[in-house]
Design a protein around this ligand. Structure first.
Ligand code: DC
Length: 215
């Protein structure tokens, strides 16, 4: 069974999807981590991010291994390194690149083939797994999403203000919505869950119920 969870930045998809997968005994695929990993390695290799051919070569050569809670690229653990503010804003170079998207979509489909998976991203229910048995669109208001992300970043020791987080989130929302390929689209058959005012546990409980209704 494939469960897709799509939604805007900061809706709490990653942690909710991971917890849901654990509860269901399913594998978990964090597809945003793949886009982040491409950009991270390109920067490590000194590649200019706006050199689209060079970026594509980096993506084509990478061995990305996603376990349920770690991201390994060419054998190196980049789980934390790909979550900085700098990587978050640079990831658009990979996400906006049609050929890189095509390669990562291929890897996502191959990973999920014949297995029980919770997969999380922007285009999972709309493009990557249009036949998924259960599609969820997880969202929250702009303010709530920014507050959550702000607290996450502070907990990780980054120095940012809430206003900066709101501004960057707004830019990312725009970009996610208008990307020519792989834009954030709510699949017509997705169940929408707005998590404003819900605790992380309540979100996972509700997601679990939704999945049970689609079994
Ligand atoms: O979910 P995230 O913040 O880790 O995603 C990082 C970036 O990658 C985000 O700007 C949107 C993009 N992305 C995408 O285009 N398609 C996906 N399936 C997942 C993420």
């Amino acid at each position: 069974m494939i469960v897709t969870i799509d939604g805007p930045a900061g809706a709490g998809k990653s942690s909710a999807a991971r917890a849901l997968a654990r509860r269901l005994g399913f594998h978990f695929l964090d597809t945003g981590a793949m886009y982040r990993a491409v950009v991270f390695m390109a920067l490590e290799q000194g590649v200019e991010l706006d050199d689209s051919d060079a970026l594509e070569r980096v993506a084509a050569g990478l061995d990305i291994e996603l376990s349920d809670d770690a991201v390994l690229v060419d054998g190196r653990d980049v789980t934390r390194a790909i979550r900085t503010v700098a990587i978050t804003s640079a990831t658009r170079y990979a996400a906006d690149h049609p050929n890189i998207r095509a390669r990562l979509v291929e890897l996502q489909r191959a990973a999920a083939e014949g297995q029980d998976f919770v997969t999380e991203g922007r285009d999972q229910g709309s493009i990557v797994f249009p036949d998924a048995e259960c599609k969820i669109f997880l969202t929250a208001s702009e303010r709530v999403r920014a507050e959550r992300r702000y607290h996450d970043l502070m907990a990780r020791g980054e120095t940012v203000t809430l206003e900066e987080v709101l501004e960057k989130q707004h830019e990312r929302d725009e970009r996610d919505a208008t990307r020519p390929i792989g834009a954030l689209i709510q699949a017509p058959d997705a169940v929408v869950l707005n998590t404003d005012g819900m605790s992380p546990d309540e979100v996972v409980d509700r997601l679990y119920e939704i999945v049970q209704q689609h079994k």
